[in-house]
Design a protein around this ligand. Structure first.
Ligand code: R5P
Length: 262
C-alpha cells in the first residue's frame, strides 16, 4: 500500500532524502536519532539495496542502531571508526546561525559526541524547526541520576543570570518512571521560552557538577536541509562543496522506500 504522509512527514522525508543523496561511497557516517533520521535510514537502506552503496555507520542511539541494522547499514563503534566524514541528524530547533536544540528523543549525548567526531554535520528538518531565537522548545539537559535534585537546583540558580523568560525545569518521565537515556542518565527539560545567548548558556550549564551535557549544539552544524510540506527542499549554511545550496524539487513517489518490516 502506498504511504499517505502528512505535510510534516512529507517535509521530513524530503529533507532526509536530499541529505541521504549527499552520502558518498565509503563514507563513515554518523547516523542521527528521531523521526526525521528514520527517513534518512530508510533512504540509505534503499540506496544500499539498489546501488550497492557501501558505507559504515555509527548510530547515535540504540533505537537508531536497530533501524540501521534492519536497513542493511554496516555499523561500527565510534572507537573503531575514529574520525567520521559526516553526521546527518535531526533537530528540535535551529536558528540562522545554525545553533541547535536537540535531545527531544533523549539521544543528545551520543549525538553530540558523534557530531563532534565528524568533519561535517548536516541537520535535516521540516521548516517548522527554523526559529529566530532558540528556546521555545524545552531545552533538554542530561544529568547524572546521582544528586539530580541538587543539579536541578544549581541550574535554577544559574538561570537568572541569563536572558531567559522562563524558569521551569521538569524531570523527563517515561510513563510514571524517570526517562533513562542510553547512557543511564536522566533528562531535565528547561522550559525557557527564549535563549538569548546560546553559547554562554551551553558553557555555563556544562560547568555545573552533575550536568553531563546540554542539548545546545553550538558550532557543530554547518548545513541544514529544510523540507517543505509539498516535497520541496532548501539548503542553508555552507555546503562545503558537496551540495549546491538553494532550492530543489523532488518527486515524491509513494513507493520511494522499500518496506523495512517496521
Ligand atoms: O534526541 C533526539 C534527537 O536530538 C532528535 O534528533 C531530535 O529530537 C529531532 O527529532 P525529530 O526528527 O523526531 O523531530
Amino acid at each position: 500500500m502506498p504511504e499517505r504522509l502528512s505535510p510534516v512527514e512529507t517535509a521530513k522525508r524530503a529533507a532526509a532524502r536530499r541529505a541521504a543523496d549527499l552520502v558518498e561511497p565509503d563514507m563513515a557516517l554518523g547516523i542521527g536519532t528521531g523521526s526525521t533520521a528514520y527517513w534518512l535510514i530508510r533512504h540509505l537502506g534503499e540506496r544500499i539495496a539498489s546501488e550497492g552503496l557501501r558505507i559504515t555507520g555509527v548510530p547515535t542511539s540504540s533505537q537508531t542502531a536497530e533501524l540501521a541494522s534492519k536497513a542493511g547499514i554496516a555499523l561500527v563503534d565510534l572507537e573503531a571508526a575514529g574520525r567520521l566524514d559526516l553526521t546527518i541528524d535531526g533537530a528540535d530547533e535551529f536558528d540562522s546561525a545554525l545553533n541547535l536544540v536537540k535531545g527531544g528523543g533523549g539521544a543528545l549525548l551520543r549525538e553530540k559526541i558523534v557530531a563532534a567526531a565528524s568533519d561535517r554535520m548536516i541537520v535535516i528538518a521540516d521548516k517548522s524547526k527554523h526559529v529566530e531565537t532558540l528556546g521555545a522548545f524545552p531545552l533538554p539537559v542530561e544529568v547524572t541520576s546521582f544528586g539530580w535534585q541538587s543539579t536541578k537546583a544549581a541550574i535554577e540558580d544559574l538561570l537568572p543570570g541569563h536572558d531567559l523568560l522562563g524558569d521551569q525545569i521538569t524531570l523527563r518521565l517515561d510513563g510514571e518512571a524517570p526517562f533513562v537515556t542510553d547512557g543511564g542518565n536522566l533528562i531535565l527539560d528547561l522550559h525557557l521560552k527564549r535563549i538569548g545567548d546560546p553559547r554562554r548558556l551551553a558553557r555555563d550549564l556544562n560547568l555545573i557538577p552533575g550536568v553531563v551535557e546540554s542539548g545546545l549544539f553550538i558550532g557543530l552544524c554547518d548545513t541544514v536541509v529544510i523540507g517543505h510540506g509539498d516535497g520541496r527542499t532548501e539548503i542553508i549554511g555552507s555546503a562545503n562543496g558537496i551540495a549546491p545550496p538553494g532550492d530543489a524539487d523532488f518527486p515524491e513517489p509513494d513507493n520511494l522506500f522499500a518496506d523495512l518490516g517496521d
